[in-house]
Design a protein around this ligand. Structure first.
Ligand SMILES: Cc1cc2nc3c(=O)[nH]c(=O)nc-3n(C[C@H](O)[C@H](O)[C@H](O)COP(=O)(O)OP(=O)(O)OC[C@H]3O[C@@H](n4cnc5c(N)ncnc54)[C@H](O)[C@@H]3O)c2cc1C
Length: 304
C-alpha cells in the first residue's frame, strides 16, 4: 500500500469526507483514515431534516453513504484503521495507525466527538428509538408526547427549551438539587410551563418494546425508586472529543478540544482540523462539512 500522501485526513464523518472531496477534487493525493463506520456520527440519525439539499429529509446513514460516494468519486483513498498518533519529522508528518504509518505533507484532523453515555440498561438498545443525544436533530419526532431530558448544564437546558416547542411535557432530570446552566437559561426554563424538574434523581434503566415507553429512576438522597412514562429521553451529560491520541502533540483546550483559527489551522504548520472536534463547534453536520471544506482549501494553499 502507498505510504506517502500529500494529505492524510483522520476521521470519515461529514468533516473528513468533505475535506477529502475538496482535496481529491483539487488533485491532491489524499488518504482518509476511518476507524469505524464511514459517515461518522450522522449515520446514527434516523432522519436528518436540516442538511441543505434534501427538502424531504434523508436518513443519516444514506447521507453518510452519499458523502462517501461523492468523495471517493474524485480519487480519495479510504482505509479502515485507527490513528494512534502523529510524529513530526521535519516537513513531514507521520500518521501512526493500527495498519502502519503513513507519511503526509499535510494532515486534516476530523476525528469528531462522542456524546457521553449514561451506560445504563436499555440506552444502547433504544438509541434512535426514543433515546437521543441531540434535540436539535430529533425534537420534531416527539410532537405532543412527554419526554425526559437527563442533565443540568447549558446544553441540557437548551435541549429542554427546544423540546418544549414540540413535546406535550418535558421533564428535566438532574442528579443535583440545582442546575449548572446559565442564569438566563434557568430563568427561561423555569418560566416555560411545559418544563418540569425532578431534582436529585438519576435514571437507572430505559424500557420499551420497539420504542421507549418508560424510564426507571431513583432519588439519590433517599434511594426511593420510581418510574416515568415517556416516549423519549434526551441524554445531555456532555461530549467527549476523540483527541486522546493527540495528547502531547497538539495544544488542546482543558476539555480536550482542538484550538483552531478561521482557516482551520492548528499551531503546527500543515496540521489542520475540522468538525465537532474543534473548540466552539456548533456540532452539526453542515458545520462539520463546511469546516472540512475550509480545512482542505487552506491545506491546498499551504502545499502550493
Ligand atoms: C443520533 C445523532 C443524530 C444527529 N442528528 C443530526 C442532525 O439531524 N443534523 C445535524 O446537523 N447533525 C446531527 N448530528 C450531529 C452530527 O452527526 C455531527 O455534528 C457530525 O457528524 C460531526 O461530524 P464530524 O465529521 O466532525 O465528526 P464525526 O461525525 O464524529 O466523525 C468523526 C469520525 O472519526 C472517526 N474517528 C475517531 N477517532 C478516530 C481515530 N483515532 N482514527 C480514525 N478515525 C477516528 C470516528 O469513527 C468517526 O467516524 C447528530 C448526531 C447524533 C449522534
Amino acid at each position: 500500500m502507498n505510504k506517502k500522501y500529500e494529505v492524510v485526513i483522520i476521521g470519515g464523518g461529514p468533516a473528513g469526507l468533505t475535506a477529502g472531496l475538496y482535496t481529491s477534487r483539487a488533485r491532491l493525493n489524499s488518504l482518509l483514515i476511518e476507524k469505524g463506520l464511514v459517515g461518522g456520527q450522522i449515520v446514527n440519525a434516523e432522519r436528518v431534516d436540516n442538511f441543505p439539499g434534501f427538502p424531504e429529509g434523508i436518513s443519516g446513514f444514506e447521507l453518510g453513504q452519499l458523502m462517501y460516494q461523492q468523495a471517493t468519486k474524485y480519487g480519495l483513498k479510504v482505509i479502515i484503521a485507527e490513528a494512534t498518533g502523529i510524529e513530526l519529522r521535519e516537513e513531514q508528518k507521520v500518521v501512526k495507525t493500527t495498519e502502519g504509518n503513513f507519511i503526509a505533507k499535510a494532515v486534516i484532523i476530523a476525528s469528531g466527538s462522542e456524546r457521553r453515555q449514561l451506560g445504563i440498561p436499555g440506552e444502547k438498545e433504544f438509541t434512535g428509538k426514543g433515546v437521543s443525544y441531540c434535540a436539535t436533530c430529533d425534537a420534531s419526532f416527539f410532537r405532543e408526547v412527554p419526554v425526559a431530558v437527563m442533565g443540568g448544564g447549558d446544553a441540557a437546558i437548551t435541549e429542554a427549551l427546544h423540546l418544549a416547542k414540540f413535546a406535550s411535557k418535558v421533564i428535566v432530570i438532574h442528579r443535583r438539587d440545582q442546575l449548572r446552566a446559565s442564569r438566563l437559561l434557568q430563568e427561561k426554563a423555569f418560566s416555560e410551563p411545559k418544563i418540569e424538574f425532578l431534582w436529585n434523581t438519576v435514571v437507572d434503566e430505559i424500557e420499551g418494546e420497539d420504542l421507549v415507553k418508560r424510564i426507571k429512576l431513583h432519588e439519590v438522597k433517599t434511594g426511593e425508586k420510581s418510574a416515568l412514562n415517556v416516549a423519549g429521553i434526551f441524554i445531555s451529560i456532555g461530549l467527549k472529543p476523540n483527541t486522546d491520541y493527540l495528547k502531547g502533540i497538539l495544544p488542546l483546550d482543558p476539555t480536550g478540544y482542538i484550538i483552531t483559527n478561521d482557516k482551520m489551522e492548528t499551531e503546527i504548520p500543515g496540521i489542520f482540523t475540522a468538525g465537532d472536534i474543534c473548540r466552539d463547534s456548533a456540532k452539526q453536520a453542515i458545520i462539520a462539512a463546511g469546516s472540512g471544506a475550509t480545512a482542505a482549501i487552506y491545506a491546498n494553499k499551504f502545499l502550493y
